[in-house]
Write a protein that binds this ligand. Structure first.
Ligand code: HBI
Ligand code: FE
Length: 265
C-alpha cells in the first residue's frame, strides 16, 4: 500500500545527521519536557507522549518509531521531504499513514520554524496518533478530504486541521490545556496559547472554525476550545457535504476577528 506514496517518501538516511543535530534534538526535547508540557498539555497527550518513550538525546529512527505506533493504533509514519500535496496528504491520512519530515531545524530556528520539521512532526503529531479516538479522527479527517479534493471547500477542512490538530485547546477538570501538535512542539506557543491575554479563546464551533482564516507565520490570534476529542470525530461523521455547501455561501473571518455569536472561554 505504501508503494503508491513512493514519489513522496524518502529514506531517512539516519547517518546524515550530525552530532550537532542530535544535540539540537536533545535541547529541543529537554526544553519542552522540563518547562513546557507539564500542566499545559492535556493528560491523554502527556500519557501518550510518555508511552512513546521517544529518545531524549538523539534523533529517533522513524521506522522503529513507526512500528511502535503501529502496535498501538495501526498508524504508520513515513519520512517525506516536506509538505506533500493535499491529494497525497489526505490519501495518506485516510490509510492511517502520517508523513513526517526527516530534517531538523537550524539552531537559529530553535524558537520558531514556519514549515514542519521532524521535531514538530514527531514531538507534536506522533503522540496524537497513539490516542485511539484522535487516531480515528485523523483517519476520518483524511477520508473527508478525499471526497472534496478538487474544490475550494478544502479550505474549510484545512482551517479545521489548523485549529484542532495543530493549535487546539481543550477544557479539562484541571483547567484549560492544549493538545495541538503545533503548540506541543513550540516552546513559545505552549505558554502563549494558555497564558497570554492577547489571543481570543473561543468555544469550538465547527462552522466558526471552518470559516476562520489563519496566519501560518506567527502565533494564533484565536484559539478554539473543545470539550472532548470525541466531538472532533463525531463532526467527521456528519453530512460534511451539506456543511461545506452551506459554508461556501457564508463570509470568512479574519484570524483575530470576533463576532456576536462567539462564546469566550
Ligand atoms: N504535508 N508533510 C505534510 N504535513 C502536513 O501537515 C501537511 C502536508 N500537506 C498538506 C497539509 N498538511 C495541509 O494542507 C493540511 O491543512 C491539510
Ligand atoms: Fe503539523
Amino acid at each position: 500500500m505504501h508503494e503508491k506514496y513512493k514519489d513522496h517518501v524518502v529514506d531517512q538516511n539516519y547517518s546524515q545527521y550530525t552530532q550537532a543535530e542530535h544535540d539540537l534534538w536533545a535541547k529541543l526535547f529537554h526544553r519542552q519536557i522540563t518547562h513546557a508540557l507539564i500542566d499545559r498539555v492535556e493528560d491523554t497527550f502527556l500519557n501518550a507522549f510518555e508511552g512513546l518513550d521517544l529518545p531524549a538525546n538523539h534523533i529517533p529512527v522513524i521506522s522503529d518509531l513507526s512500528d511502535h505506533i503501529y502496535s498501538k493504533t495501526k498508524w504508520r509514519i513515513l519520512p517525506v521531504v516536506g509538505l506533500v500535496p493535499d491529494p497525497i496528504f489526505f490519501d495518506m491520512l485516510s490509510n492511517r499513514v502520517f508523513p513526517t519530515t526527516c530534517f531538523l531545524r537550524k539552531p537559529e530556528q530553535m524558537d520558531y520554524i514556519q514549515e514542519p520539521d521532524m521535531f514538530h512532526d514527531i514531538f507534536g503529531h506522533v503522540p496524537l496518533l497513539t490516542i485511539p479516538i484522535f487516531a480515528d479522527y485523523m483517519q476520518a479527517y483524511g477520508q473527508a478530504g478525499l471526497s472534496i479534493l478538487d474544490s475550494p471547500k478544502l479550505k474549510h477542512l484545512a482551517r479545521l486541521y489548523w485549529y484542532t490538530v495543530e493549535f487546539g485547546l481543550i477544557n479539562t477538570p484541571k483547567g484549560l490545556r492544549t493538545y495541538g501538535a503545533g503548540v506541543a512542539s513550540s516552546y513559545k506557543e505552549t505558554f502563549y496559547c494558555l497564558e497570554s491575554p492577547i489571543p481570543h479563546r473561543l468555544r469550538f464551533n465547527a462552522d466558526r472554525v471552518m470559516l476562520t482564516n489563519y496566519k501560518i507565520d506567527d502565533v494564533q490570534a484565536t484559539y478554539f476550545v473543545i470539550d472532548r476529542y470525541e466531538d472532533l470525530f463525531d463532526l467527521m461523521t456528519t453530512d460534511l457535504e451539506a456543511t461545506f455547501n452551506r459554508l461556501s455561501r457564508l463570509p470568512v473571518f479574519n484570524p483575530g476577528e470576533i463576532t456576536d455569536n462567539d462564546q469566550f472561554i
